[in-house]
Design a protein around this ligand. Sequence first.
Ligand code: AMP
Ligand code: MG
Length: 343
Amino acid sequence: MEPSNKYRVVWYAAVMLLMLGFVLTAQRRRVVTVDSGSRPLMGTLARIVVVAKDSARAAEAIELAFDEIVSLERLMSDFDPNSQLSLVNRRAFTEPVPVDDSLFEVLSASIEYSRLSDGAFDITVGPVVGLWRAERNTGVPPTLQALEEARRAVGWQSLLLDPGKKTVRFAKPGMHLDLGGIAKGYAVDRALELLGQSGAQGAMVDLGGNIRTFGVPAHGARHWNIGLQDPRRNEHTLAVLNLDNLAVATSGDYRRFAVVNGQRLSHIIDPNTAQSAQSVSSVTIIAPSAMQTDALSTAVTVLGDQKGLLLVQSLPQVETIIIKNGAMIKSANAARFIAKTAN
Ligand code: AMP
Ligand code: MG
């Protein structure tokens, strides 16, 4: 090829690439972002952001996703006496109780996380959680005797699932399941799945800090940006994370805690001691699914930074950022998600 022809080819290729770039950018601009704002759901605030071709489609998708969360809340709420979970809690010691596929899935996953975390994550911790919950209203901590009694009813090995019949049974009396550490994450996954099927090009679901994103980021941004809250300073962000097609959750004592005798008590219980887990200020987990991040953030809060890091590093595609005594402890690849840190 003659040199002038070669230049011409390169020139054409450059122009074509530039045009392709314009077309892609224009297409990206043709989508709209719709933000649901906050709605009270599952004992916390829920927010859904959808990127779609038009706002009517986005709004419709958002309503479908909220409906899904509402129906999961009806199944899994500990506060609603008519939920399927409440029925299980009342009856599963007497007889095997059949449950819906969704609830069965969450119960099976919970047992898996108990196994993985050596019992740090345990949904049978309900009786102990109940005692500490009462303390938050009365200001009087439960007695050691009451805690010891409640602890005897705790133990994930006594939660028996029959995968064939999809039934649940308790092997000892007084057991009480609490899905507060996993159900929100599961609901986020389900809502996001629905949004994907309903033609959204991108979406983010946030259920009380259990967040997952997919596809095209909101408002034409390059990434989905998620703020990581400073556990000790309300409304302060420690860092901004770039999280595309990933989930993130933070457990810690900054959202819900009580101060007893000057000590901050988190709502997360160490099933071994029946006391509130206090060794770290907050645990953020980044992973592909929101159920993973929800359960693991609770588990690592109980395990503490050393054992917690070991657990996280043993799992593929899972990263953590732990805040302890004001310092940030990160797993091997967590830094790559941090776009900006506060100074
Ligand atoms: P999260 O905010 O996701 O860390 O979940 C905390 C909630 O999970 C608490 O409010 C309890 O309902 C429940 N919970 C507390 N301790 C545990 C535990 N060790 N394992 C599983 N769930 C727990
Ligand atoms: Mg959790």
